[in-house]
Design a protein. Structure first.
Lengths: 769, 203
């Protein structure tokens, strides 16, 4: 009889230990992989944003790469001589910094692009010249040639006179070049705007910057700014993604260190007060440590690199992962162990499920956080469940009268209220909370609810990119087509619409690839016009008296065949216009029309079917709203799934009451946030997931029929305290998405603690649980 | 003893720099001495591929720190104004702005004529000779100009007497200035063409 009862338990324990050994082996293998390849930590802030379609992600990445990791250093002064001195000093400082170099790739790319287009100049005419030649109105061209021959020399020619007497190529380049105010000097851009002279250096890192490098780089630029502004009468403005990343990294690292340290100290203090023995503390930290290492190694293996925000969130694992150790230490009597394992498994499964439901988000960072947290918690539980019996013979004795009194108060909190009244109160709280939340719900569309950039850096970025006349990286027109020529034809057809937008001041400029490389039909027309002008009997000979050699050479070039095939066009576009030509993806070609200073609500009356006006900021905000709304719906699904799990596991209708607690807590938290006029962000909703998971944890343990209620409530109280501490710290984070997450769980845990004792009213007597 | 030698050396170096500055300063001072100059020019272009060398004649008005009015009279008539705000064709009654490339050239021209170019980083300047007869050679450092222009050579004494622009494509432009005089009472028409309303053209 006894052996019949003990055999299943023994096999369960063996299975657990086998599972633990398997997980330990996995942990060792992936840790080995991690040590061999190093732990790669990403600081890419774009992971925080919705990625949108694959096409959009490619375009956005390509536009961002236009400056990418470059740093822009702008020196501004109304005193030219001071500017010159500061320029020389800055140049010397940059040359002495091995981590950065002055970047002229943009200028070299432009020169290389012109050189690449030169052989095809017979197909490249400015719109005004094409029109003039077509209508045989050579007045302008004639005046231009006369001015070139007899006027003061002010003509810019890319081709010797004899090869292009009318300077058609020069006029074409003039027409397609963005009309900025600057002129490139040997290593910097010089501008004159509003009476101030400016010089801008573009710097690029000489190596890939790691997490440690960003802070050093920021310090170097801060010192440079301070020294230069002290020595000269200039204003030095630095701009670039580097500063945002450096700020985010510094803040995140500081928070990781602070939150982890304080959490650990709090847990140590709690354990010392309650258990007054080193063994429980060591066991608890071992379980947390195992969970963290397992999560770190496996997530790093699965995702190749960990985002720094994942590590910040991971600090909260310390406060949640310790729950399992606390429950076992408080209630781990030898006779109860198998029930405790079953109950804790149910609790762990519900919390892990809550995290995994988070992973249905579009945000890459959320998926990573979900996987990290679920793996960490599960492995912590496995450690405790598998090894507790081997380390401890019985539950650890609890010390501290404050704990006994508090646990007793919690245990008897709802006793004065009848079962029916309890159900009514909780029901009213649930419905009232839901009604308040639904009626007043305001979903945040603000991207700053995820991450808030330093205002000074944003201002610097806008100022310097404004000086450079940079194109928007978030608003552009996306063109897709099966063929290269199809892309160019569509772009060409949009030209008049863009000119209209320019006239209406809805944009201040645009760049079309088809302006640089016209579609096939247009090129053919241009070649015919070019030939008309430059052939042996062409119009040019009535305007200019060329010698025989020049005449022959010109005619030969004018009548040569067009070698600009689609494949050549694609190669040209890839090499020289990478910010406009995205390339082939999924059997389609992608290209972008970039816009300069577009108004926020820019619209086109009609666009062809293969052209889409993209506003990434609006798209991200829409995606955020969509994600938040669907996350709320999935939360309901989560609750339904947990309810189902309960029914299958416990086979008792009353067990559904367990779901009521987390449901009520989460609805009241949502109602509270909404009542405080907080715009609900995605991370508030993700916080609700964890409120549900943790509430369920506590409810499951309290629901158990046990004579050990006092210790159970002690465990619930201690677990709540560590959770409150961990997420209370997170709520202080400088990153809005992290603080929102922390605030939600902090409030939810308080409510769970208050509501969980009510479960005692609904318990049944079931020896199996 | 060593300290004394070093001090003397430093003083000499400082004075040499001062003498050099005096030469540069004198050139600039000479070229900007007169508020408004008038003169005649002959321009000859040597362009590979052309049967003959285009030659033009005309007159000019130069107001330093304002602009250059270039009036071609032969073989065609045209009037162009180069100022720091840009280059304008004033051949007809309505002035129209010339392309951006001409505007860049415009600011360079004005700097060259006033010797401001000596203090500018756009060019590497080499000055030779003395006040009575000097030569100034300029090589562009600006990326775009480097593609088109090899050198600008100026020669003169109290005024600029000639400019020679050598382009990268082998063509060159030789401009000679004659009958250059200081203008103290410009005509209304001249002031209008120069867009000048201050100084000698003021009320």
């Amino acid at each position: 009889m006894v052996s019949h009862l003990t055999r299943p338990r023994a096999s369960r324990e063996s299975a657990l230990q086998a599972l633990f050994i398997a997980s330990a082996i996995i942990a060792i293998v992936v840790c080995g992989y991690m040590f061999r390849n190093g732990l790669s930590v990403s600081t890419d802030l774009r992971m925080v944003l919705p990625s949108g379609s694959a096409n959009l992600a490619k375009v956005s990445d390509r536009l961002a790469e236009s400056f990418g990791d470059r740093v822009l250093l702008a020196l501004i002064s109304d005193n030219e001589s001071q500017l010159e001195l500061a320029l020389q000093a800055t140049r010397r400082a940059v040359l002495h910094n091995p981590n950065f170099a002055i970047d002229l790739s943009g200028v070299e790319r432009t020169a290389a692009a012109v050189d690449a287009l030169l052989p095809h100049r017979a197909a490249l005419l400015s719109p005004s010249d094409a029109q003039a030649i077509r209508s045989r109105d050579f007045t302008d061209l004639s005046d231009s040639v006369q001015a070139a021959l007899f006027g003061f020399p002010s003509d810019v020619r890319w081709v010797p006179f004899g090869e292009d007497p009318l300077n058609l190529f020069g006029r074409y380049i003039e027409a397609v070049t963005p009309q900025g105010d600057g002129a490139w000097m040997q290593d910097h851009l010089r501008l004159m705007q509003s009476g101030d002279a400016s010089a801008i250096f573009v710097l690029r890192p000489t190596k890939t910057l790691g997490v440690d490098d960003y802070k050093q780089a920021q310090q170097w630029f801060n010192e440079l700014e301070h020294k230069t502004e002290s020595a000269y009468d200039i204003n030095l403005v630095s701009a670039g993604a580097l500063f945002h990343v450096a700020a985010a990294t510094t803040s995140a690292r500081s928070e990781i260190a602070t939150f982890a340290l304080i959490s650990i100290l709090a847990i140590v203090a709690l354990f010392v007060m309650v258990f007054r023995h080193i063994k429980p503390l060591l066991f608890a930290f071992a379980s947390i440590g195992y969970g963290c290492v397992f999560a770190l190694a496996t997530t790093s293996f699965l995702f190749t690199e960990l985002h720094i925000f994942t590590l910040v969130f991971g600090c909260s694992l310390i406060g949640v992962g310790v729950d399992y150790a606390l429950h076992f230490l408080c209630m781990g009597h030898a006779a109860n162990l198998h029930k405790l394992i079953a109950a804790s498994l149910l609790a762990c499964a519900s919390t892990a499920m809550a995290y995994l439901f988070m992973g249905q988000s579009e945000l890459a960072i959320v998926i990573q956080i979900a996987v990290f947290s679920a793996l960490g918690l599960t492995s912590s539980w496995l450690f405790v469940a598998a090894l507790y019996a081997r380390v401890f013979d019985d539950a650890a004795p609890l010390h501290g009268s404050w704990l006994q009194r508090s646990a007793a108060a919690l245990q008897h909190l709802w006793e004065p209220v009848t079962r029916a009244a309890t159900f009514t109160i909780i029901g009213i709280a649930l419905i009232g909370g839901l009604a308040t939340a639904v009626y007043n719900l305001s979903v945040s569309t603000d991207l700053t609810s995820l991450y808030r950039s330093n205002a000074t850096f944003v201002e610097n970025d806008q100022r310097v990119s404004g000086m450079l006349g940079a194109f928007s990286a978030t608003q552009f027109v996306l063109i897709t087509d099966q063929s290269v020529d199809g892309i160019l034809t569509t772009m060409h057809s949009l030209r008049s619409g863009l000119e209209q937008k320019l006239t209406e001041h809805q944009i201040t400029g645009y760049q079309l690839l088809s302006d640089y490389i016209p579609p096939r039909a247009v090129r053919a027309r241009h070649r015919a016009l070019f030939s008309q002008v430059y052939a042996t009997t062409g119009t040019v000979h009535s305007l200019v008296d060329l010698d025989e050699t020049a005449r022959t050479e010109l005619a030969r070039f004018a009548t040569a065949k067009d070698v600009l095939q689609d494949s050549k066009v694609e190669a040209l576009a890839n090499q020289h216009f990478a910010h406009l030509w995205i390339g082939e993806h999924d059997g389609q070609f992608l290209a972008a029309i970039t816009l300069q200073n577009p108004v926020r609500d820019l619209q086109f009356v009609s666009l062809p079917a293969n052209a889409t006006l993209i506003n990434l900021t609006v798209d991200w905000a829409t995606a955020l709203t969509r994600n938040t709304t669907s996350a709320l719906l999935v939360l309901l699904l989560t609750l339904a799934a947990i309810g189902l799990l309960l029914l299958i596991w416990l086979r008792q209708w009353q067990s559904l009451a367990i779901v009521l607690i987390p449901m009520t807590s989460s609805s009241l938290v949502l109602a509270l946030l909404v009542a405080l006029s907080v715009d609900i962000s995605l991370f508030h909703v993700f916080g609700l997931y964890l409120v549900v998971g943790l509430g369920f944890d506590y409810a499951v343990f309290v629901y158990r029929d046990t004579s050990d209620d006092r210790n159970c409530f002690a465990a619930v109280l201690l677990s709540s305290l560590t959770t409150l501490f961990a997420f209370g710290l997170l709520s202080q984070s400088a990153t809005p998405m992290i603080s929102g997450f922390g605030v939600t769980i902090f409030c939810g845990t308080l409510l769970n603690l208050f509501l969980v004792p009510a479960i005692r009213q609904f318990r049944t007597h079931d020896p199996s649980f | 003893m060593t300290k004394l030698l070093i001090s003397i050396g430093l003083c000499l170096a400082a004075n040499m720099r001062a003498w050099a500055q005096t030469d540069e300063f004198d050139l600039r001072e000479i070229l900007t001495r007169s508020e408004l100059l008038q003169g005649a020019f002959t321009q000859i272009q040597t362009i590979p591929g052309l049967r003959s060398n285009p030659t033009s004649h005309g007159k000019f008005f130069y107001a330093h720190s304002h602009g250059l009015l270039w009036i071609t009279e032969q073989p065609n008539k045209s009037t162009t104004l180069f100022t720091n705000e840009g280059a304008f064709d004033k051949s007809s009654n309505q002035a129209h702005r010339l392309p951006k490339s001409a505007q860049r050239i415009s600011s360079v021209i004005l700097q060259v004529l006033s010797a401001d170019i000596l203090h500018d980083t756009q060019f590497t300047a080499t000055l030779q000779g003395d006040i009575a007869s000097w030569n100034l050679s300029l090589q562009p450092r600006q990326k775009v100009l480097q593609r088109h222009l090899a050198t600008i050579e100026l020669a003169g004494s109290e005024v600029v007497q000639s400019i020679r622009l050598v382009a990268k494509d082998g063509s060159n432009t030789q401009i000679s200035f004659t009958d250059v005089i200081q203008l103290t009472t410009p005509s209304l028409d001249t002031c209008r063409l120069l867009n000048l309303t201050t100084g000698l053209c003021g009320d």
